[in-house]
Design a protein around this ligand. Sequence first.
Ligand code: FAD
Length: 461
Amino acid sequence: MVISPGLLKELQGMVGGANVLTSPESLLCYSYDAAPGLRSDPEVVVAPGSAGEVAAVLRLASQAGVKVVTRGAGTNVTGATVPVAGGIVLLMTRLNRILALDEANLTLTVEPGVITSVLHGYVEKRGLFYPPDPASASVCTIGGNIATGAGGLRALKYGVTRDYVLGLEAVLASGEALRTGGQTVKNVTGYDLTRLLVGSEGTLAVVTQAILRLIPLPRAKRTMLASFSSVEAAATCVSAIIAARILPCTLEFLDKATIDCVEAYAHPGLPREAAAVLLIEVDGNPAAVAEEAEQVARLCRERRALEVRLAQDAAQEQSLSLARRSAFPALARLRPTTVMEDATVPPSRLAELVAAIARLGEKYQLQVAAFGHAGDGNLHPFFLADGRDPEQASRLDAALAELVETSLRLGGTLSGEHGIGLAKARFMPLEVGPTALGVMRAIKKALDPQDLLNPGKVLPP
Ligand SMILES: Cc1cc2nc3c(=O)[nH]c(=O)nc-3n(C[C@H](O)[C@H](O)[C@H](O)COP(=O)(O)OP(=O)(O)OC[C@H]3O[C@@H](n4cnc5c(N)ncnc54)[C@H](O)[C@@H]3O)c2cc1C
């Protein structure tokens, strides 16, 4: 459906002319996200400034049969915001207010365009904590986190976004608004529509407000780095820490290729002689943290760590945290096409997964690297190539398909935290049985009968 001049005028009347973009440069900017090689221009970008404007735009779109792709910061890595069928990109970044902090009930009500790290800073200044912490927190939005069910560096101990969403306000494709959940930690009234919308990748409704659960800010933390001469030694150490009944808030793994790249890029002082490092953070009350940090350091040494380095001050902590957060930009500099995958297996199968990634690199002649959230078995294998060359693109594609099969064979899942989007929709039948897939299709049809919201995403054609 081509957007007519009349429709464009109506959109401008709804949200203001300055918030409707149609220049070729603007359309190009919103034609892609952080997924390499996926691109398609929208016909128009519309940035509403309120929930009422979102509803008005959706009402108009549904009357005219125009597709709508909701977008936060566009940092997803699955093509989830690529407007494959043209139509409207609904940009949520103007809805960026923190609306209410309820300190008595430990909740925060926000609009979806709030940047995740802004939210972190806001609550932490007040001694409160919102744990979900994707590595992209400095740019991504809470709306995007909710719609992808984002995880992050603190998931092992604290869980993921869905564990902190108490209630939502959302608008359906028809333009009708609904509220789900509420302010209470406990709520079992009817079907759990909040959880249905979390992770639905903009295919079921547009989130316009969220009530988030907060917890008290841990009073102390200790950060450390442990280096190992083999991946197996690092993986065994991860299992040993968990078996010792210690849950670090962060337990990140970096392989040799990532260590070299990050060191050359950000110089955080990683040991280049190591085959793998673990970045570990324990938090909680000061006495327990001191004891756990000591225990973890001992376990690492017992598991033949080459070195265990405890950060002595905030600057050293910052530097270790930077080492992990620089992994993507450091690796992305190497080749024109950087695919960050999201392979997730039970943590005890981590070493097998790392070995399989190396084998795939050899088999398909691709540069590979791996880092990620070792504590919860969620690795981010990197495949580097030049996707402009059809032959390399086809090898890349075959390697990714085999990685998916490998993760499933090891008892894992298609996606631990990045979602399905466009890139992985074709693999859905490998994990989700026909009956469950049928249920998902029925839900989509009930909420969005014209298939207007984010078409082509999540469900295979
Ligand atoms: C360097 C880097 C590091 C990353 N690290 C992590 C990580 O540690 N953990 C992790 O989970 N992810 C990570 N990601 C992926 C990405 O940042 C997350 O998926 C994030 O949640 C996306 O937020 P966004 O605002 O960019 O959303 P977008 O990319 O704009 O959108 C993502 C999806 O959400 C939908 N959407 C956005 N806003 C709304 C809304 N208001 N209502 C309904 N649907 C909406 C979109 O339609 C789309 O389907 C990383 C990405 C990069 C580039």
